[in-house]
Design a protein around this ligand. Structure first.
Ligand SMILES: *[C@@H]1O[C@H](CO)[C@@H](O)[C@H](O)[C@H]1NC(C)=O
Ligand SMILES: *[C@@H]1O[C@H](CO)[C@@H](O)[C@H](O)[C@H]1NC(C)=O
Ligand SMILES: *[C@@H]1O[C@H](CO)[C@@H](O)[C@H](O)[C@H]1NC(C)=O
Length: 348
């Protein structure tokens, strides 16, 4: 999640025609269990700020696991002037998402001040939940019980400081959107810089959360908007799916996708263009006029909840942040809400 978005503010007044143009998948258009074209249907907004003394403008950047009969959603809270912290919400079914309690994680060891864009997973070797988040550096807290919002530890960091390769490439961007996934030997930490670089560092599983090496550039684009932020990496079958959020020619957010047999890559295009995106306003159907033209920061609902980040490449569901395209105002005051898209062209 980026801090500021001066470059895109201008365009919030523009409405995007053709949002309902839907692509259909050709028969036999398969790529190792995932199609090479995607179509989705979207819910309306399901989770937004409570009308309470916090006076939040938005709930953003969701991460989700289904564990022990409940969905567990972690997100960023945005306030027009005081900025970002984290929230935890759990519910047994989506029809309860809007009424579920919001637990503000500044009341835990995570504490007040700038924290955003969480990722949740259970690190099975240590029997601990990890919440990874951005706080200027790559931060994390741990908790033995995901149901206990007060149980999160004080922030620690995966890297001692902003790594040199990030400092050398970041330009006017931000180092953000940290994402951990482990294979059978290593844990990998992905991050973005809002300047066209996707970074990856790694550490042996036995040393996690310590020992991360200097990052390498995992993927790069000269056009920073094409490889912007909010990367997700998942395991499916014997492969890995990489999603990265981009900013389209309409200045709206969407997701591109690639696959690889290794977390390290190299990654091959799956559905990676504005015309054939992973998820964008042109392959998502809404009931009625769409409430958003941004399909922005979020994540897939996984098969499990541990550090392997496995998904079943079938009937995908992705929780995302969207925004009424008529919204105006400074970036931190925009009314982002969380919603769910469900794949409509699954073969299985
Ligand atoms: C928010 O809460 C306040 C105080 O309880 C109430 O006066 C106001 O009408 C509420 N606003 C909305 C939009 O529900
Ligand atoms: C899982 O849910 C059951 C039933 O609600 C509860 O008794 C149990 O304590 C929960 N386990 C964990 C680890 O939260
Ligand atoms: C945005 O504003 C236009 C013009 O007033 C209106 O027709 C449209 O329904 C609005 N869109 C949303 C999503 O509210």
């Amino acid at each position: 999640m980026r801090l500021l978005a001066a470059t895109t503010l201008l365009l919030y007044a523009v409405s995007f025609a053709g949002a309902a143009a839907v692509q259909s998948r050709a028969l036999g258009d398969q790529c190792g269990g995932l199609p090479t074209r995607f179509t989705w249907s979207s819910s309306g907004p399901l989770i937004g700020p409570k009308n309470d003394s916090r006076r939040l403008s938005a709930i953003k950047d969701p991460s989700i696991v289904f564990y022990n009969g409940s969905y567990h959603v972690f997100g960023s809270t945005a306030h027009a002037t005081s900025g970002y912290n984290l929230v935890y919400i759990n519910f047994a079914s989506w029809d309860q998402a809007g009424s579920a309690a919001h637990h503000y994680l500044d009341q835990s060891g995570i504490g007040a001040g700038y924290k955003a864009a969480p990722q949740i997973f259970y690190f099975a070797p240590q029997r601990l939940w990890y919440l990874v988040y951005q706080t200027g550096n790559a931060g994390y807290s741990t908790n033995p019980d995901i149901f206990n919002p007060r149980g999160w530890s004080t922030p620690k960091f995966f890297h001692r400081e902003v790594p040199k390769i990030v400092r050398d490439n970041i330009g006017n961007g931000y180092w953000l959107d940290f994402w951990v996934i482990c294979d059978s030997t290593n844990c990998h930490l992905f991050s973005s810089d809002d300047n066209g670089q996707l970074y990856r560092s790694q550490t042996p599983i036995s040393q996690f959360p310590n020992g991360f090496n200097e990052p390498v550039i995992a993927m790069q684009d000269r056009d920073r908007f094409k490889l912007f932020e909010a990367a997700n990496v998942y395991r499916y079958d014997d492969k890995y799916l990489l999603l990265v959020e981009a900013i389209g020619g309409d200045s709206r957010r969407y997701f591109r996708s690639w696959t690889s047999s290794r977390i390290e890559g190299p990654y091959q295009a799956l559905a990676d263009t504005e015309q054939n995106p992973f998820a964008r306003s042109n392959n998502v159907i809404f009931s009625g006029a769409g409430w958003t033209t941004d399909i922005s920061h979020g994540e897939l609902i996984r098969k499990g909840y541990d550090e392997k980040l496995e998904i079943t490449p079938c009937n995908l569901q992705y929780i995302y942040q969207g925004l009424n395209p008529n919204s105006t105002g400074n970036y931190n005051s925009l009314p982002w809400r969380l919603a769910l898209i469900t794949q409509t062209n699954s073969d299985c």
